[in-house]
Write a protein that binds this ligand. Structure first.
Ligand SMILES: [Zn+2]
Length: 49
């Protein structure tokens, strides 16, 4: 358990609340905040069976 540094790539997204907001790209990988105003949505991401 060494120190991995304190730089976090993902921070708390202010829109979805997930820790998926990429600081580098400025886009939330979860909801797409920062890139699009719409909630990230994929067509292939269909609801479970
Ligand atoms: Zn988000």
């Amino acid at each position: 358990m060494g120190k991995r540094g304190k730089k976090s790539v993902h921070i708390r997204c202010r829109r979805c609340g997930h820790i998926s907001y990429n600081v580098k790209t400025g886009v939330c990988s979860y909801c797409g905040y920062g890139k699009s105003t719409k909630i990230r949505k994929y067509n292939w991401k269909k609801p479970g069976k």
